[in-house]
Design a protein around this ligand. Structure first.
Ligand code: CP3
Length: 357
């Protein structure tokens, strides 16, 4: 036998554009997908959503979640599908019930102290999140060979924000009070979250996810030293744990609105790519982030609402700036419900290099 190379030393190669771009290989054009590409702006999602009484049950229904995942792929042919789920399945699986009330966003019984942290349990995690793994396996059977499947989780800081505040907030001042007044208590919570999130990501890979993304949506409210402690450090631990089990699965980190600390985040966490919000100049970010770390982003989602030349010119500018660099086209944040699907269609055609009809 001539080829006695141990299998474990070979980096798996794939023809999927997203995987090629994330591993620094050449691509014919940048891969693209859009944050929150499934959801309310799509009439077929609104129709499907009626089959479930509440949002969490929808997320925990493998057939509904798999269908919502592939809906945008059928319409627009993105290079990746992101599993339809939510970052708040983690507190739910730890035993802090989560409800989505229409018009109010997420509602949780806010954590107030150590006794409630002690009440959280990791033992039910894989059982409770089992339907998400079933949804990933089912989605895999529905995707063609060119489309990558992304699994995801919230980062500990962002999940902790909702667990402590009990809902959305502009400032997350209660969660911030915890880090300033009782960092030991926050550390107790973070130890549980790091373990739960790493385990959930590992289980998603085992169910068929080929790429992982960590959303730290509220990273931007943290000053530099707190950002290091509560965003960079726990993300580094999660990346380390996942990579110790699945070294070849690329991980994209999204420290939303972290500003000038993006380079430090990329270097220390050891993520394979960073998503960039719309407020950070992408050419500047390229100079901050290590050359082998891909950048994903950063079109303003409001341009997808407006459409036309404003959207197409800006998309074209971003693609030109990033030409020859490891890059994944995406938005600076999620698609908003007011987005006309025709605009998503036009943008997708531009990114595929098709001439406008
Ligand atoms: O295509 C996709 O990306 C869909 C999968 C997805 C959802 N949420 C579905 C969803 C993903 C990746 C998320 C991530 C998520 N969820 C984040 C991180 C990204 C970000 O937006 O910063 C956060 C902070 C959440 C928490 C969350 N979920 C909020 C604050 C809300 C209410 C506000 C809103 O955007 O509607 C949700 C609900 C939610 N999650 C919906 C969807 C499609 C809308 C509810 C519905 O359709 O009934």
């Amino acid at each position: 036998m001539a080829n006695a190379v141990p299998l474990s030393s070979i980096t798996p190669v794939s023809d999927k554009r997203l995987l090629r771009a994330l591993s620094g290989q050449a691509v014919d054009r940048p891969p693209f997908w859009f944050m929150r590409q499934a959801g309310r702006y799509l009439p077929e999602y609104r129709e499907l959503r009626q089959r479930s009484k509440d949002f969490m049950s929808f997320c925990y229904s493998p057939s509904l979640a798999a269908e919502a995942t592939v809906q945008p792929i059928r319409r627009f042919g993105m290079d990746a599908a992101i599993i339809f789920s939510d970052i708040l399945v983690i507190p739910d699986a730890l035993g802090q019930r989560v409800n989505f009330e229409s018009g109010h966003g997420p509602m949780l019984d806010a954590l107030t102290g150590e006794s409630q942290i002690a009440g959280l349990t990791l033992s039910r995690l894989r059982t409770r999140l089992g339907p998400i793994y079933d949804a990933l396996a089912l989605t895999h059977t529905k995707l063609d060979l060119d489309t990558a499947l992304i699994g995801f989780a919230g980062a500990p800081w962002t999940i902790a924000c909702y667990m402590i505040e009990g809902s959305g907030s502009a400032t997350f001042s209660k969660a911030k009070a915890w880090i300033y007044r009782s960092p030991e208590r926050m550390t107790m919570l973070f130890d549980i979250l790091v373990e739960a999130i790493a385990d959930h990501l590992i289980a998603q890979v085992e169910a068929g996810a080929e790429v992982l993304q960590l959303f730290d949506s509220w990273a931007g409210v943290l000053p530099e030293r707190e950002f290091e402690r509560w965003s960079i450090e726990p993300t580094m631990r999660i990346v380390g744990r996942v990579k110790s089990v699945h070294p070849h699965v690329p991980i994209i980190g999204f420290p939303n609105r972290c500003g000038a600390t993006i380079g430090q985040y990329a270097r220390i966490t050891a993520v394979d790519a960073v998503q960039l919000d719309s407020g950070t100049p992408i050419g500047w970010a390229r100079t901050q982030v290590p050359a082998k770390v891909a950048i994903q982003g950063n079109l303003d989602p409001q341009l997808l609402v407006v459409g036309g030349p404003a959207m197409l010119n800006e998309a074209d500018r971003i693609v030109r700036i990033m030409s020859g660099q490891p890059f994944v086209f995406n938005l600076g944040h999620g698609i908003v419900p007011e987005t006309p699907p025709e605009n998503v269609s036009q943008l997708s055609a531009l990114l595929r290099g098709e001439r406008p009809a």
